[in-house]
Design a protein. Structure first.
Length: 161
């Protein structure tokens, strides 16, 4: 059955905030949070955001600008915030920011990345998604950045790097 794609949805409707505790099994040999675990948590948050917007199955097609700004350690609380920044016809760009939250409630940024996910129909073919409302100046700035990142992704795909 064709998915309902009429209309536009707000950024807030699909935003996800999640929190993880860094456990011993999440550490690398140097005693820091293993980057692969953090990337998995970020990918899960991005997928939840995209699923909420598309209301259906999604898959990750690319990850841009993943930057590790700081480390995290055993016992740290890692907050992950994912929100839509741009949508194309079948693709959605989700920005995921992660922070370590201290006992004083202060959040220290540790990573940020832009994930691109594609909505899929029952045959795993790309399927149109609802549009995205830009209600704040921050959302409009992110959208403009999303347009530029999309153009760079298309160029990179064409160039094969
Ligand atoms: C996602 C997938 C179905 C897209 O197939 P495709 O043949 O590239 O489809 P299309 O060319 O129609 O592109 C579909 C959308 O993806 C976007 N896209 C394709 N390749 C992309 C890339 N490398 N980076 C960013 N976006 C990309 C296109 O721009 C298009 O967006 P739009 O509809 O908003 O304009 C296919 O690439 C796939 O199955 N990839 C594997 C996904 C996966 O297994 N992920 C890991 C597990 S989660």
């Amino acid at each position: 059955m064709k998915r309902e794609t009429a209309g536009e949805k707000s950024v807030e409707e699909s935003m996800v905030e999640s929190i993880r505790l860094v456990r011993p099994e999440d550490l690398n040999s140097a005693g820091r949070l293993f980057g692969g675990s953090l990337m998995q948590w970020m990918d899960e948050v991005a997928a939840m955001v995209a699923k909420r917007h598309a209301r259906g199955n999604v898959t990750t097609v690319s990850v841009d600008q993943l930057r590790f700004l700081k480390g995290a350690y055993q016992g740290d609380m890692v907050v992950l915030i994912g929100k839509l920044t741009y949508v194309g016809k079948t693709s959605m760009e989700v920005r995921v920011d992660t922070y370590v939250e201290g006992t004083d409630g202060m959040r220290r940024p540790i990573t940020r990345a832009y994930f691109t996910l594609v909505a899929l129909d029952g045959m795993d073919r790309p399927e149109p998604v609802p549009g995205l409302l830009r209600n704040t100046s921050e959302q409009r700035i992110e959208w403009e950045g999303g347009e530029r990142r999309r153009a760079m992704r298309i160029l990179r795909k064409e160039e094969g790097f």
